[in-house]
Design a protein around this ligand. Structure first.
Ligand code: ANZ
Ligand code: ZN
Length: 836
C-alpha cells in the first residue's frame, strides 16, 4: 500500500521520514503469529502467582465480514485488555463465534447455501480480519457455538436445568413470527414486531419449552443493586423495568353460582369502592368459561376479532376500547355491589391473573372503556385541584382524601390507603397482599433448523424421556439439499431417519423432539466455556471457572441490555446453585460502545451510506483506523465517520514514529541522568494514563499521549536533543501507550528503539512520584479580554497544547456558549486570549 499521507520528504540524514504501513502490518502479523504473546496462563492463575483479569467482549454472529461496529468495539476492548497485561495481571482475552441462529440460516437460504457452509466460511473471513486488526485475543480459546463439542454441553445444561424443574414444556399462546415461521420469546418482540425481521407478531397456541427464569426474578432484580455502580445506568434500568416488580394485592370477587371466586391483581386495593365493573382478558380461558349461553355468540365473534389483532394494536393506549359483556356479575367484596363482568382485549391474558377490577375514576384505560360502554364512574379519591373524572373523563391518580370509602375515612396518603385496604382484605379473608412480576418464563424452543437440537425423546409409553448424557451430543443432521425454508414446523421433523429412534428408557418406538434452541441459550454460557475450551468432562472445568470468573469487564452493544444479559445472569445463578460457580453474577463491569454512523445517520444498505471497513483499512492502515475510533470521543458516544479524519490519525502516527529514529542514546541509558523537565511530562502522562484508562476515558489518554509526542519532539529539535536519556524514556513511553491503540507502529518504534521481541512483553513504565510534584504555572484564559478561567499547566507546555487545554476547559466552553471562535492568541505558558 502506498501512503500518500506522509507529507515529509527525506530527513536531514537522508533517513526515511515515514514508514510503509502495509509492510509494517505484514511484518508484525508474522511476528505475533510466531510469538503468540496473548495466550493466558491458567496455571499462573490457579497457583495464585498472578492476579487475573478477564476481558470479555461480545462475540459476533458470523454473518458476512467484520464491519465498522466490530472495529469500534474491539478497538476499545483492546485498550483495556492490553492495559491490564501491562499492569502485570494474567489476562484472559478470548474470542469466538455465536454461530447458530436465524441470521445465518436466513442468509444461507437467500444464498441457496447450507447454513454450515455459509457460517464456517464467514467465521474464517472474520477470523482473518480480527488478526489483521491486531487485536490481543487469545486464539487458543476460540470456540464456535455450532460445533458439536460445544453444543453437547448446551444440551447437557438443558438436561440439568430440566432435572431442577427449570426447563419444562407447556401449552400456551405464544408469540409467532409469520415471516420467520417460528415462535419468539417475549424479549424478541419489539413494539409488537419481530426483533429479527420486523414482521408483525401474532399469537399461536403451541406446546413449547420454557426456562423457568421467573424463579429467579427477585434475585435478578436485587442483584442489580450490586451491579449498579459498574454497569451503565440504562442497562440497569432496562433490566429493572423488564423484570417489572410491582406490589399490590390479589382480591377475591365472589361470582354468584360459581364455586371459585374471580381473583384480580391490583396495585390499588385502596380504590375498591370505585370498582364499578370487572374485565377479563378476552383470550383467557376464564372468559370462555364465565360467559353465559346467551352472550356466547357475541363473545365468540369478539374473540375472533381479538385473535387477528396484533399485539401492537392491542397495546396501543389511544386505540378505541372494545369489549363484550359476559352476562355475569360479581360481588364487590367491600360494599356487596353486583358489578358486571366484561371481556376486553386491553387486559392481557398472561399478566397478573388475567382479570382486573376496573376503577374508571382512577385508571384512564378503565375510564375510556366506561365511556364507550356507558358504565358508572365513581370517584373515591379527591385529588386536590382536579374535577370529578365522571365529568372530565380524565382519570386522577394522585394522593388525596378518600371519599365514598367508609373503610378509609381519614386516611391521607395512597401508601397508607393501600396498606389499610390490604390489612382489611387479609383480616376478612377476601384477599392477600402480593408481589407481581412482569417477567415471564423464557420460551426457548424454535421451529428452525440451525440450532441446538433439544435432547428429548417422546415415547408413547414413557412420555418425555431425556437423552442419556453418554449419548450426547444429539447431533444436528446435515440435511444437505433439504428445503430449510420456514414452514411452521422444524425441518428436523421431516428428517425421518433422524427423528425415529428407540426410546432410551423402554426401547420402544419413539421420536426425537424436533425443535431447536433459541441462540440465546448458546450465548448464556459461552463466557464460561472460554475458561477451559477443550474440556471434555463437562461444560467447563469448575476449578478454572472459579479461578477466572467473573469477567472483569464486558464490552458490547446496548441492544443486549435485556435479552442476552438477563439470560446470562440467570444461567450464572443456576450454575452457582448447582455448585459449579462461586459467583452469582457473571460480569463485574460493563461498557456499551456507541454506534458508528455516517453523515448523522445510522449506516444502512437502503440509505447507501455504509462505510466499508476493509476499504478504510486499505487506505489508512489498521493503526490509523483504530486510533480514529478510540480518539473520536467517550466510548459511549456515537462516532460520525464523516466527521473523522483517519488521514490526520495517520499523520500523527508518522510523527510519533519519527521520534524513534531521533533517539540516539543506548537502549540501556539511565533515564535518571536525563532532562528533568521532559521526565516530568513523561511521568505525569503515565500517571494520568492509568487513571484515564481505568475510568474508560481512552480518548483523553490518547490526547495526553499526543501532548507527550509534542513535548518530546520539542526536546529533540530545540531542547536537550536526541541523545538525552529522557528523550529515550519519553519515546519508549509513547510506544507503550500507543501500543494499546496502534500496535503496529508501536512495535515498529519499539524495535527501532533497540528492543525485542515485542512491546507487548515490555513492562509498564514505573511512575516516579518525585517527578509528579511539579512546579506548575498558572495560565490565564481570557475571552474578549475578560478572565474566565485559570489552568495549572507545565512551564514547558507548547502553544498548541495550551490552546487545546484552554478550549477544552469546561468553564471556557460554557463561557463561549456555542459562539464561533474567531481567533485564539496564545502566549505560552501564561496566557490564552479567545476572540469570539
Ligand atoms: C385497579 C386499579 C385502580 C389499577 C387504579 C390501577 C389503577 P402494574 O403496575 O403494571 O403491575 N392490571 C392488572 N392485571 C392486568 C392485566 N392482565 N392486563 C392489563 N392490566 C392489568 O399494573 C397493575 C395494574 O394494572 C392493576 O391495578 C390493574 O389495574 C392492571 F386506580 O387495578 B389496577
Ligand atoms: Zn419409552
Amino acid at each position: 500500500m502506498s501512503t500518500d499521507h506522509s507529507t515529509d520528504s527525506a530527513g536531514p540524514a537522508g533517513e526515511a521520514t515515514s514508514y510503509d504501513v502495509a509492510s509494517v502490518e505484514a511484518k508484525w502479523q508474522q511476528v505475533w503469529e510466531d510469538l503468540q504473546p496473548f495466550v493466558a496462563d491458567d496455571a499462573a492463575v490457579l497457583a495464585g502467582e498472578r492476579e487475573k483479569r478477564y476481558a470479555l467482549t461480545m462475540f459476533p454472529y458470523p454473518s458476512g465480514d467484520l464491519h465498522m461496529g466490530h472495529a469500534e468495539v474491539t478497538a476499545l476492548h483492546d485498550v483495556v485488555s492490553r492495559y491490564w497485561r501491562f499492569r502485570g495481571y494474567e489476562v484472559m482475552n478470548p474470542m469466538g463465534w455465536d454461530s447458530f441462529g436465524l441470521p445465518a440460516e436466513n442468509a444461507a437460504i437467500r444464498n441457496d447455501e447450507h447454513p454450515a457452509t455459509y457460517t464456517y466460511a464467514n467465521i474464517e473471513t472474520q477470523y482473518d480480519s480480527f488478526k489483521k486488526f491486531g487485536l490481543s485475543f487469545d486464539w487458543s480459546r476460540r470456540l464456535h457455538t455450532s460445533d458439536p463439542e460445544y453444543y453437547r454441553w448446551t444440551q447437557w445444561l438443558f438436561l440439568r436445568f430440566r432435572e431442577r424443574g427449570l426447563a419444562y414444556r407447556r401449552n400456551s399462546p405464544v408469540n409467532w413470527c409469520p415471516n420467520d415461521q417460528t415462535v419468539l420469546a417475549n424479549e424478541q418482540v419489539v413494539d409488537g414486531t419481530c426483533e429479527r425481521c420486523g414482521a408483525t407478531v401474532t399469537k399461536r397456541e403451541l406446546t413449547q419449552w420454557y426456562f423457568k427464569i421467573t424463579d429467579y426474578a427477585q434475585e435478578l432484580l436485587d442483584d442489580l443493586e450490586v451491579l449498579a455502580p459498574t454497569w451503565p445506568d440504562r442497562v440497569v434500568t432496562a433490566q429493572r423495568n423488564w423484570i417489572g416488580r410491582s406490589e399490590g394485592a390479589h382480591v377475591d370477587f365472589v361470582v354468584p353460582g360459581r364455586e371459585a371466586p374471580l381473583t384480580v391483581y391490583t396495585t390499588r386495593p385502596d380504590t375498591l369502592y370505585g370498582a364499578t365493573f370487572m374485565v377479563v382478558a378476552a383470550d383467557a380461558a376464564l372468559a370462555a368459561e364465565l360467559v353465559t349461553d346467551e352472550q356466547r355468540p357475541a363473545y365468540e365473534a369478539y374473540l375472533e376479532q381479538v385473535r387477528t389483532a396484533s399485539e401492537i394494536e392491542r397495546m396501543a393506549t389511544d386505540r378505541p376500547k372494545t369489549g363484550v359483556f359476559l352476562g355475569v356479575h360479581a360481588t364487590n367484596p367491600v360494599n356487596g355491589e353486583q358489578i358486571p363482568i366484561w371481556a376486553a382485549d386491553y387486559v392481557l391474558a398472561d399478566y397478573g391473573t388475567g382479570a382486573i377490577m376496573a376503577v374508571p375514576a382512577h385508571d384512564q384505560r378503565d375510564l375510556d372503556f366506561a365511556k364507550v360502554f356507558d358504565l358508572p364512574v365513581r370517584r373515591v379519591v379527591d385529588v386536590p385541584g382536579t374535577d370529578d373524572p365522571a365529568v372530565t373523563f380524565e382519570a386522577t391518580v394522585g394522593d388525596g382524601a378518600y371519599v365514598n370509602s367508609p373503610l378509609l375515612e381519614g386516611v391521607e396518603t395512597k401508601a397508607d390507603g393501600v396498606r389499610r385496604a390490604i390489612e382489611h382484605l387479609q383480616a376478612e379473608g377476601l384477599g392477600q397482599g402480593t408481589v407481581n412480576f412482569r417477567l415471564r418464563d423464557w420460551l426457548l424452543s424454535r421451529q428452525r433448523y440451525w440450532g441446538v437440537p433439544i435432547p428429548i425423546v417422546h415415547c408413547e409409553a414413557c412420555g418425555e424421556v431425556a437423552v442419556p448424557d453418554d449419548q450426547l451430543p444429539v447431533t444436528l443432521p446435515e440435511l444437505r439439499g433439504a428445503d430449510l425454508k420456514p414452514k411452521g414446523v422444524s425441518p428436523l421433523a421431516a428428517a425421518t431417519d433422524w427423528v425415529n429412534v428407540d426410546c432410551p428408557s423402554c426401547g420402544g418406538p419413539a421420536t426425537r423432539d424436533s425443535d431447536t434452541m433459541d441462540t440465546f441459550v448458546d450465548s448464556s454460557w459461552y463466557f464460561l466455556r472460554y475458561c477451559s475450551p477443550g474440556y471434555t468432562e463437562g461444560p467447563f472445568d469448575v476449578e478454572l471457572a472459579k479461578a477466572w470468573m467473573p469477567a472483569d469487564i464486558y464490552i458490547g452493544g446496548v441492544e443486549h441490555a435485556v435479552l442476552h444479559l438477563l439470560y446470562a445472569r440467570f444461567f450464572t445463578k443456576v450454575l452457582a446453585d448447582m455448585g459449579m460457580l462461586d459467583v452469582r453474577e457473571p460480569f463485574a463491569a460493563q461498557l456499551n460502545q456507541g454506534f458508528v454512523i455516517n453523515h448523522g445517520k445510522k449506516m444502512s444498505k437502503s440509505l447507501g451510506n455504509g462505510v466499508n471497513l476493509g476499504a478504510q483499512l486499505e487506505e489508512f492502515g489498521v493503526d490509523a483506523v483504530r486510533l480514529t475510533l478510540v480518539f473520536a470521543g467517550p466510548p459511549e458516544d456515537d462516532i460520525d465517520w464523516a466527521e473523522m479524519s483517519p488521514s490526520g490519525s495517520l499523520r500523527f502516527l508518522q510523527r510519533a514514529w519519527r521520534l524513534s529514529g531521533d533517539v540516539t542514546s543506548a537502549p540501556d541509558a539511565d533515564p535518571a541522568t536525563g532532562d528533568v523537565a521532559l521526565r516530568r511530562v513523561t511521568h505525569r502522562t503515565v500517571d494520568d494514563a492509568q487513571t484515564l484508562v481505568e475510568s474508560h476515558r481512552f480518548n483523553v489518554m490518547l490526547a495526553r499521549t499526543m501532548e507527550l509526542v509534542n513535548a518530546t519532539r520539542k526536546a529533540i529539535d530545540t531542547g536537550v536533543g536526541g541523545a538525552d536519556p529522557a528523550v529515550r524514556e519519553a519515546a519508549e513511553t509513547v510506544a507503550k501507550l500507543l501500543s494499546m491503540v496502534a500496535p503496529y507502529v508501536a512495535e515498529e518504534m519499539w524495535e527501532r528503539l533497540g528492543h525485542a521481541p515485542s512491546v507487548a512483553h515490555a513492562p509498564w513504565p514505573v511512575v516516579d512520584p518525585a517527578l509528579l510534584v511539579e512546579e506548575s504555572v498558572t495560565a490565564v484564559v481570557q475571552i474578549q479580554g475578560k478572565v474566565k478561567a485559570r489552568l495549572e499547566v507545565a512551564p514547558d507546555i507548547t502553544a498548541a497544547d495550551l490552546e487545546a487545554r484552554a478550549l477544552a476547559d469546561d468553564t471556557v466552553v460554557a463561557a463561549i456558549a456555542g459562539r464561533e471562535v474567531r481567533k485564539v492568541i496564545v502566549r505560552e505558558p501564561k496566557l490564552v486570549n479567545v476572540v469570539v
